[in-house]
Design a protein around this ligand. Structure first.
Ligand code: SF4
Ligand code: SF4
Length: 478
């Protein structure tokens, strides 16, 4: 049971630095309170909790369980709601956003580098080195602090990165498109909206405090990423540099409390105020685009992607990474060929794929994992279309080969009779050298749900000739 600070507290602040989990905080009224999701009751320690022993009035007390349901409280949110059409929403799709999504999805599997001063960074070359984006991690969530972390200090953070934070990053990137100048204007999002977008509202196994702690942590992770960009001249748009800045600024967190009959405060919600970093001035600037001084790059975020990621992230990390990567790669519904090694790098990291190519057992395991992840994508309506030349039936996963069996019983019988007469059967084991063949195999494209990306864009492109030019430009850049 977490502790709480009762109404009789004089707010002297003595207990604040004593809490080992930083659960004691100060609210907007300069009053002290305990964040229940962070307070662990000092359960590992047999002595008195440090907050209690330091308090002149021995005040922090175990928080009594709240009786009854929380009252529905009206919250005035000056914010935009996503997925107004029920299916999808525009999303900022610049390379900065795409790569940041990859970082959050891969964490320590990302090919991080160390610079000469021992700091962790990742440099993404653009257009054969004509441009570059450099990513780093900030050591503090405070919106004004831009100091970056050394490899050693950053290591625990990248190890602890939660793939679900990539979903929150996508939500931010979608909300940013609703603003005229997202690098100057804030947007607000509260825990209820995030719960709805991520499907957390249906999780009955998590307490309110646990949900709030999880949401806060997922919000903070994208806000620790810092990027600086050097971009090359493209048509009439001159080259430019984007100064080092956070990708998302966590401007403030407003906590919402409800008091019970005894005057104890219960945390019931959080509103996060976020502002996009300076990248948005150059890559999500409608007015600048009209004046040929910036880009306005956007794609489409299908609603199903967020809920699917939240459903499968724990067991199918590779499938989630591919799905997130494909959101940008196949945006605009274009057919884009993807090689199998590229997909494997995305799903498992280059190091793991290289290692597998040298060890038979590891190779077999990775192959099984890859085919299972492709099956999961297929199940969630992101269907791979195999290139018949480089990725023929013989090396396709068994589930894909079995998909050719007709549903009708008689037709299925005929199918198996024919299959039995052939020299090879669809159930034959893979030919020797399957791994090497796969390293040259390609997937032509991924089919998406009919109300996903394709329909949305087709409608828009038909109606707006200017958008066609934008789409072409964006595709070219990515
Ligand atoms: S019980 Fe421990 S974790 Fe909880 S507020 Fe007190 S010092 Fe912090
Ligand atoms: S030390 Fe005691 S009185 Fe002072 S802020 Fe903490 S709980 Fe309140």
């Amino acid at each position: 049971m977490p502790y709480t600070i009762p109404p009789s507290c004089s707010h002297c602040g003595i207990c604040l630095p004593e809490c080992p989990t930083k659960a004691i905080q100060i609210d907007n009224n300069n009053e002290h309170w305990v964040e229940p999701g962070l307070c662990n009751n000092c359960e590992d320690d047999n002595s008195q909790a440090p907050c209690v022993s330091s308090c002149p009035d021995s005040l922090p007390l175990p928080l009594p369980t709240k009786k009854g349901r929380y009252k529905a409280e009206p919250r005035v949110l000056n914010t935009h709601h996503l997925f107004a059409n029920g299916h999808n929403n525009p999303i900022a799709s610049s390379m900065v956003i795409w790569e940041a999504c990859n970082i959050l999805a891969k964490g320590s599997d990302f090919p991080w580098q160390i610079d000469s001063s021992g700091k962790l960074y990742f440099k993404r070359q653009v257009k054969q080195g004509k441009g570059k984006i450099e990513f780093r991690l900030a050591d503090d969530i405070d919106a004004n602090v831009k100091q970056t972390l050394s490899y050693q200090d950053a290591n625990p953070i990248i190890e602890a990165m939660d793939i679900r934070a990539a979903c929150v990053h996508l939500i931010f990137a979608a909300l940013a498109t609703s603003l005229e100048k997202p690098w100057e204007q804030e947007f607000a999002i509260d825990n209820k909206q995030i719960e709805t977008y991520l499907g957390l509202d249906k999780r009955k196994d998590l307490s309110k405090a646990a949900k709030l702690t999880l949401i806060k942590s997922l919000i903070q992770q994208p806000c620790q990423l810092i990027a600086d960009v050097d971009w090359f001249q493209q048509g009439k748009i001159q080259s430019f540099s984007v100064p080092k800045d956070r990708i998302w600024h966590l401007v403030a967190i407003d906590n919402h409390f409800q008091e019970d009959a005894q005057g104890y405060k219960h945390l019931v919600g959080m509103t996060f105020r976020i502002r996009a970093g300076m990248w948005a001035r150059y890559f999500l600037n409608k007015q600048g685009y009209k004046k040929y001084v910036a880009y306005y790059q956007y794609g489409t975020l299908p609603k199903f992607l967020l809920t699917t990621v939240m459903t499968i992230w724990h067991q199918h990390e590779g499938a989630v990474r591919m799905m997130l990567w494909l959101l940008f790669k196949t945006k605009m519904g274009k057919q884009q060929r993807v090689t199998v090694p590229r997909l494997m790098y995305v799903a498992y990291g280059e190091a793991k794929v290289r290692e597998a190519s040298l060890h038979r057992e590891k190779r077999k395991r990775l192959l099984r994992r890859f085919e299972s992840d492709l099956e999961v994508l297929n199940h969630y309506q992101v269907k791979p279309v195999f290139d018949p030349v480089t990725y023929p039936t013989a090396i396709q996963p068994l589930w894909a080969r079995l998909a050719a069996i007709p549903d009708d019983a008689e037709e299925a019988m005929e199918f198996w009779i024919k299959d039995g007469c052939n020299e090879t059967s669809i159930t034959d084991s893979a030919p020797p050298g399957k791994w090497n063949l796969l390293m040259k195999a390609r997937i032509l494209h991924f089919e998406l749900p009919s109300n996903g990306i394709n329909n949305y864009l087709v409608g828009k492109i038909k109606n707006n000739a200017r958008l066609v030019a934008k789409v072409k430009l964006t595709l070219y850049l990515v």
